[in-house]
Design a protein around this ligand. Sequence first.
Ligand code: S3P
Length: 169
Amino acid sequence: MVERLVLVGFMASGKSTVGPLVARRLGWGFVDMDGRIEARVGRSIARIFAELGESTFREEERRVAAEVAELKDHVVAAGGGAFAFAETRELLRAGALTIWLRCDLDTLLQRLPADGIRPLAGNRETIGPLLAERERSYALADGVVDASLPPESVAQRVVERMREGGKDR
Ligand code: S3P
């Protein structure tokens, strides 16, 4: 039995919305990596990027991945970039079932507000190329669920995938 379920996928694929729904169904805890990073650093993600730089953010992300790797019976919402960094990805994969919440570009663009809260979503032009690049790492997850559906349906499918043993590959 896996000790953790880690949801990966692009910004706005629904990880932080679906994660608590899955956790409730399983009777598990829920942890949002970005929330943990903000609490550790004492600044918002936008401020960490603007004031400390992306590389500091990625270091913190790796530390938080190491922390959550100690948790049992938890659903983890990873940040959209976490799986693209090999060391962070391996920390997230160990002992966990990893599920990619896959969503098409048009749906993501509709969901992603250009409000500056997500530093890497400010420029609409770069979202498509970034998604294409990131998909190569998300494809390393154990399973994939269509995340363009309503959150409760996505959560249901994630739980089913887990009960089936989860591994598509
Ligand atoms: C990022 C995604 C964000 C957050 C940060 C960087 C990325 O998380 O970790 O802004 O590199 O794709 P969400 O996927 O929760 O928006």
